[in-house]
Design a protein around this ligand. Sequence first.
Ligand code: ZN
Length: 1044
Amino acid sequence: MLEKSNRHLRLKNVHGKNVCVVREVYRREDIPCLSKLCLGQCNEQCPEGSSLLPENVTHYVIPDPQTAREYLEIFENPHIQGIIFTQTAVQSIQHGGSRRLYNRLKAVVKDRRKGSVIFHNEFQTYAHCEREPGEKQAQWHVRATYKAAEWYFNHLAASIPVVMVTDEDQFVYDFGHKTRNLFVVKLRDYLDGFWSEIIPGITDLFTSLQEVSVHKTKDTDYVGYLPLEILSKGIKCGKYQQGFLQVNKSNASQEAFIRRTKVDLTEDSGSDILIPGMAARNRAIHGDLVVVEILPKSQWQSRSNTISNPASEEKGDGDKAVSDRADTMPTGKIVGILQRNWREYVACFSQDEETGRGDKKAGKLLVIPWDYRIPKIRISTRQVDALRDHRIIVRIDSWEPDSTYPNGHFVRSLGKIGDLEAEVAAILVENDLRVPPFSEAQLNELPQDTTQNPWKMSEEEVSSRRDLRDSHLIFSIDPKGCEDVDDTLSVKRLDNGNLELGVHIADVTHFVAPNSLTDIEAQSRSTTVYLADRRYDMLPGVLSANLCSLVSGVDRYAVSVIWELSPSYEVVDVWYGRTVIRSQYKLFYELAQAMHEGIIDAEIVRNIPELHDLWGEELEIRLQGLREAIDELMAVARGLKARRVKSGALELESVEVQVQLSETKSIENLNPKQHLEIHDTIAECMIFANHWVAKKIAEMFPNQALLRHHPLPKDEQFGNLRSCASSRGFNIETSSNKQLAESLDRCVDANDPVVNKLLRSLATQAMSNAAYFCTGCLPRDQFFHYGLALDAYTHFTSPIRRYADVIVHRQLLEAVKKDRTISLPTCTQLEDLSQHINKKHRSSQYAQRESQELFQCLYFRGRGTEDENCIVDAVIFQLRTNGLFVFVPRYGIKGPVYLKSKDGQVLYVTATDEAEWTSGDVTKHDTYCVVDSTLGQQKYCLLQHITVKLSLQDSWAHASSLRLELLSNKPHKKPLTDMEDVAKQQKASIIQEVSSEAVEKRLQLESYDLGENFLQLKHKYGQSEDSMYHLFTSFKQTALNCDT
Ligand SMILES: [Zn+2]
């Protein structure tokens, strides 16, 4: 039944004038409640995949329009679920608030983990509330909200308490206790009553938002910029350029660039645009999507060519193309903002009380963001004394045209500055990584596997799969102590003389249905995050460490790729599909390598628990069978690899350290990971599987397959590598991957093994990153993987720890099915998803690196200047007009060494080997630079060894870093017998030493603050730091070798 009425809206038109619009409203009885508790027919009308109010929360909450508008951030908290936003509230945000706020509200409703909905109360016959003549809007809003709350309460037959939140005292007084289990409360009381114990800091956030709302300014997001129409016209006709603002971390107040956004992926995006100074930046913040007007050529400037503090061009997302010329470049100013990309920022108050006071009159204080690229933010808080030595999270609310700093508010504290947990939390927040324990609702979707109630395979499921349990010898080879085995292998001779190779991967998608809560969570995380001392899983432990871990002796579901190969390793046939397997051996690398080398003795048998109950002839036969399989596998991999190398695959430098675990999971030892042929064997089989899966899905879904490509590097990016190589008389050929690989192989200095390693690492740095993409969005000739020399590649072999593999599994299984049942994501959806995954992968790599740097700094804290661990050999790999960039092989660290100070003094090393500051100048040439001083002239060449001193450059507001100071222009005199092993062991001992301290600290912390229950919970959800040493921690200088 429809009922018509008119709704009067007051809107602002484009010129800012108020206009009144009359809209016809049709009311219906069947506007759905969107609750899982509904006993009626509502849910028949729900669009598929949309959020529903959950059945397992303690109550539903309905904020009134004002509360929703001013405190939306509180309702964004992942803990608060079952929120009903009335249409009245949404419209109030849409028309009265800002675009950004409205988008955030939409994001809350879209996130199915939040179980929150928009209820179209004004269209609902029984829930709408007519505004009375002369009634104030605020009053009508409150009444309308109550009417909706009342409707819900009755519609759901009082089966769940409903809480309405408002700030109107009188209303709370009148209606607060009118109906049992239908509450009307003030937000402060609601938070105190329900959430303050569950969400630490939520009341602080409330207080801080309350202060913001008192000094509330209008939505000034886009004030002081050109109107949108003019901007879009300008962009269309080429007058303006659009792109993301990238602030130079080491020169944040002076230098920023616009990386132009590509209109289409194939088009060259053109060069960067320089935005010099804060005035030209016009209140844009790093990451914003902005519109730029390019200035006349006469006003173009050049980018700075010096190293400055923090000199970190080697890290972060700084520009990779290090142009070393002082040429001018397109220079512009910002005239408009298309999209604010503000996020939560880690910050702290100034250490210096006086300067930290800021604008006291207005009750406001300045905080310094951790990220150098973000300007100071003005916030108001009464808790400054309690928070003075804390890392806190702040958010920016506005940046008014006449203000030097943006305004923001305090969100929560991460803990005391310098405390390991606070510093790690800061790294996670800064990289936008959210890794809360898995929720109960997520865990409830997954099968249980307990001693009382062990998980079993279903017979029906088994009969639908190819059963390899009795027909194939399947085994896994991983690092020692590995718990989550996601890949296994098999190899056997066929009667026709051909060979059958099998790669069997955990069938994660059997357990994780598309759009389930577990799936949404995994997608949002996209990857397991490995930090230097801990790990955050992408999937709950019941899957990653149990049901999807292909350990030996148990039945497991798998997805297999099985090839029939000719004796010359040509693929004769390939089969893809779901299987049932039972791995017979869980081996580790060193063991498999030893067996291959013919060592079969008591020690080997002792390390294969699967053989412990056997002896005599049976043992002999089993050992022989296993050994033959390993030999065969290595031979196949050798053949496959030879073919790839022939077509130009690159071998790049990668240093890894492996953590060895004791029974109790504490670190027993950190072993430099010795490179064995068996590592290559396993990697090669995985690459082979990934390649063949890529071929299959790209063929079946030419426009919607998820692949991974590694683009051709740009030639100019090799400039520094070429200069370095030429300083030793080597020549680098970059015209193809094959030539690059071969020329790198030739760069060998028998007396200086660091040279080859360093050059390979520079080559890696010069490369673009490999990335996921959707096949419909890129021309076919750009699918290739440059580093691996393959025409198609994807990720299939690690669905436990990478979400891309989960998608690829679904696509592969769909591709081999006869009848299509599930609908795959569209091309656009898949492209968005691949961007998201790429972003999360990058973030987790940055976080990993930053956590390693944190540990390095903790290691050097408190070491005296005379400590022999602080004086090291370093190799020059880049020249600047005021210094050098060096590589320290012993610790694998790269950083700047200054030769010239800010006040123009230069460093001269005297005959007695002492570095002295004196007046002079530095001149930079192609492969060397010269210090001209009153004391004499000295030359520094690329790849020259020098001696530097390492010390901690402690920072209050930012991440601490290591300072490198020149001690001598000669190599450090230390026996260089086996440099690399020393380097690896040093790195290993850093983590070991620092983390044992940190673990102690943490244990104290937990026993004080968190209690035993928390420990148990963490353990149960597989996110305990106890499992942090799980697997191994690797220091990777390249992700290429490991792109399997
Ligand atoms: Zn209903």
